[in-house]
Design a protein around this ligand. Sequence first.
Ligand code: FES
Length: 188
Amino acid sequence: MNNLNETISRVLNDENDVRAATAPYQAEFPYERDEEAQVTRREFCNFLGLTSAALFLGAGGFAAKAAIDARNLESFSPAQISGAETLAPNSSLNFNYPTENDSAILIRTADGAYHAYGQKCTHLSCPVYYSRDHQRLECPCHEGAFNAATGEVLYGPPPRALDTIAVETRDGQVWAIGRQTSGVEHGS
Ligand code: FES
């Protein structure tokens, strides 16, 4: 608020300076300074109003996005995935994260990259497995399939991608560091 008052005060001071500087020439070039100044002040107020509205809407947009991200992303204590460091490319390993009751699957794709997902199929919660032949995650219950590198639905009845478990390599060991629910409906 102080900034706003200072800005208005500065504009009014500028206006007084202009009046003082143009006073000697008023007789030669008569024009309605009051009218012009009024328009200038009105325009300035409009500018302030529009700027405030834009800032308010922008801040609202960022706040909404942050709220959505916070809802989808859950942080848990990092946990080392035992045996991951020796996992051969194009193979998988089962582990539990973030608790012993949350089954998860770590995939090492053919390019050597690690990807991890919650093991529950997003259709009716059957456990998915990694098919080395097809290099994708498959669900045995209703023939659903997921992309091994992204967790996205390839085909079948699952309505959304698998939950993603964020992994990180530290000193040659692979760690699970968080879990994210996609919330993205298949086909939407
Ligand atoms: S439970 Fe996986 S496709 Fe139905």
